[in-house]
Design a protein around this ligand. Sequence first.
Ligand SMILES: Nc1ncnc2c1ncn2[C@@H]1O[C@H](COP(=O)(O)OP(=O)(O)O)[C@@H](O)[C@H]1O
Ligand SMILES: Nc1ccn([C@H]2C[C@H](O)[C@@H](COP(=O)(O)OP(=O)(O)O)O2)c(=O)n1
Length: 227
Amino acid sequence: MTRSAQTQSIVIALDGPSGSGKSSTSRGVATRLGLRYLDTGAMFRAMTWWMLEHDVDVHDAEAVAAAANRPQIVSGTDPSAPTITVDGTDVAEAIRGTEVTGAVSPVSAVPEVRARLLELQRAVIGEGGIVVEGRDIGSVVWPQAELKLYLTADAGARAARRALEEGGSDVAATEASLLARDKIDSSRTTAPLTVPEGAVHLDTTPFTLDEVIEKVVALAEAAEGIG
Ligand SMILES: Nc1ncnc2c1ncn2[C@@H]1O[C@H](COP(=O)(O)OP(=O)(O)O)[C@@H](O)[C@H]1O
Ligand SMILES: Nc1ccn([C@H]2C[C@H](O)[C@@H](COP(=O)(O)OP(=O)(O)O)O2)c(=O)n1
């Protein structure tokens, strides 16, 4: 098989808690290897944005389940310019707001939401050639991925990174918010955040983003015999 054919079919699955570096690492790795990129968290955020827009009570699992098939969510997969639309509206910015962040974990725990997005995620992955990040990629969405990674970092480091990204938000409040989300994401019954079988566990606390990207690229090259 040629180098490009191998690279084009690989699926790299990155899972882990908030702020561990999944999005930035995935985008960097996809860019380096010429792969597509899918942010599944953005899809759960888009679903949550739609629920809030349509006055669905996000803590009422039955109401959320009943509406889960209604939003039309479309994800772009260019790592240099990821896009996401809901019913044709660009929500890339709106889904990062505190309202969506505060509501996304309960919405993500609803099995009907997960089933709907699982179908969309598998359709986007298709023939592969993609880096996919989330909470259940290596365990549920694509367990057959050629390379699976579980990224972590100390809670303090994750909160400091996220607060910096948000333009100097309060680090203690950011840490409390992400730990609350991690707790719900890890304890739900359907597809909880977990270390997937066969995943390489990478603690990113002591490394710069570039160092983490370098490590993942090396693992991908070793997995596929490319490079
Ligand atoms: N290894 C790292 N060292 C320092 N900062 C990092 C590292 N990895 C990511 N970051 C920064 O931390 C923030 C959160 O990273 P992100 O990729 O969004 O995490 P996640 O997708 O896991 O929530 C971003 O501002 C990103 O640039
Ligand atoms: N595969 C996934 C991806 C995200 N989720 C849920 C749980 C997460 O708290 C939210 C938001 O995910 P996102 O990756 O955007 O979160 P952070 O960027 O890490 O703050 O979506 C999920 O349940 N399964």
